[in-house]
Every structure is written in C-alpha cells, then in structure tokens.
Design a protein around this ligand. Structure first.
Ligand code: ZN
Length: 236
C-alpha cells in the first residue's frame, strides 16, 4: 500500500517500514545549519578545507565512541521532554571534554568531536520522535523500543513498522532480510524480556499484573490502575 493523499495531505502508509540511514550521513543538515564553515566541502580538487577534513577524520577514527555517547544520552534522558536542545548541547560539550581527557595527544580534535556528537544527537532525537509515532504503548517502554531499533538499524533489509502493548507484553513488528533474521530475533527477545521488568507507564522496575486486565506496571501504577478499575463498582 502506498501513501495516500486525503484532502490534499499525504497520509503515510503505517505498514511501510521506517528506516534510518547511518547517522554520520543524515547529520549533515544540522552540520550545515549550525556549523556552516565546518560543513563546507572543497569545491575543487586543489582546494583544502581543513575544518571539513578534521571533522571527517573524527568520524573515520571515532564513530563507535560517538554512537556510544549518543546512546548514553538517550539512556540518561529516556523521556522525550528531557531531550531539549540545551540538554543536547551540554552533553556534547561534556563529551568533548571527556574525549580530550582520554586522547591527550589529540587535544585539538575535541572541538570536532564535540560538533560530531552535537549534530548527531540532534539528528538521533529527531528520528526517535518520528519513531515514537509508531509506538502504541505508554512512554515507560519507549527507550526499550529505541534500543531494539538501535540494535537492528543497519541490518540487511531492516525496517521498523510498529510497537505496541499486547496482553501486558511488548509486541514488535518489523521487516528484515533472511540474513538478518537471527540478529533481529535475538534483539526482539532481549527487548521483550527487558519490557517484562519495566513499568509501561513510567519506566521504573515493574512486573506483569494480572486481574481483569494484564499490564506490566510498577507498584504505584498498579495501585492507581486498580483503583481506576474499581471505580464503577464503588456506588453499588
Ligand atoms: Zn510506574
């Protein structure tokens, strides 16, 4: 099924898989907007753009560290409201300092490392907001689902379709090529297992509660939900 046009607006096909390209490539618009001098590429073969070269070299040599710093930010700021531009900038400059402490021979490069973390975090957060439109559960599980997405992103044919709560458990729908099935199934198993110990409402430790309904909740939200559930009987 394709995207449909309804009343002049594009309505996306919800079954279409959501794919995220490598973050280095898709961070380019934020780099151009915020650091235009660094973003500028040489226009001729002879021209040298030292800022651009330094930035590309940071990605070439330290992409694993950059990606780890992005995921660490998302773990510490699991709720979307916490992921403000100010919090992102603060995190990026902290990562730049850490980089300088670990690589004392490359002190000058921490400026470019900081930029790389800054623009890729802005990109990551933007994409996770798009991903959240496909999460049909409470926000306590959002980070679990993001981590599943991060684990599978880049696997052959991987595309995220949706996540939802079903019988109190996490239900994931995605596509991938046969070559990626084993990897994605394992990531799916890990995510479902993780969600089974996390309150769907708030993200704190929880467990499966069974009564007239099934939900994975912490003690506080279980009590709240139980009270809600008993309201219709109270006047009897
Ligand atoms: Zn809770």
């Amino acid at each position: 099924m394709r995207d449909r046009i309804v009343g002049g607006r594009v309505v996306p096909d919800r079954r279409k898989a959501y794919r995220m390209e490598p973050i280095h490539a898709i961070a380019e618009p934020f780099l151009k907007e915020l650091y235009p001098r660094v973003a500028r590429r040489p226009s001729t073969d002879d021209e040298i753009q030292p800022w651009r070269t330094c930035y590309d070299e940071i990605w070439r040599d330290h992409s694993d560290e950059i990606v780890a710093d992005i995921h660490a930010f998302a773990d510490v700021h699991p709720v979307d409201e916490q992921r403000s531009d100010g919090a992102i900038k603060h995190w990026a400059s902290g990562c730049g300092e850490q980089f300088g402490n670990h690589h004392t021979d490359m002190l000058g490069d921490r400026f470019y490392y900081c930029i790389a973390v800054h623009v890729s975090l802005l990109t990551y957060v933007k994409h996770m907001r798009e991903l959240r439109a496909r999460m049909h559960c409470e926000h306590g599980w959002h980070r679990v689902i993001e981590r599943f997405h991060d684990a599978c992103s880049g696997q052959p044919g991987f595309g995220f379709i949706s996540a939802s709560e079903k019988w109190g458990g996490l239900n994931l729908v995605y596509r991938c090529d046969p070559a990626a099935q084993e990897h994605c199934r394992e990531a799916e198993r890990v995510a479902i297992e993780r969600a089974s110990h996390i309150c769907e409402k708030c993200g704190l430790a929880g467990g499966l509660r069974r009564s007239a309904w099934r939900k994975t909740l912490c003690d506080r939200h279980w009590l709240e939900r139980s009270k809600e559930g008993s309201l219709p009987d109270e006047g009897v």
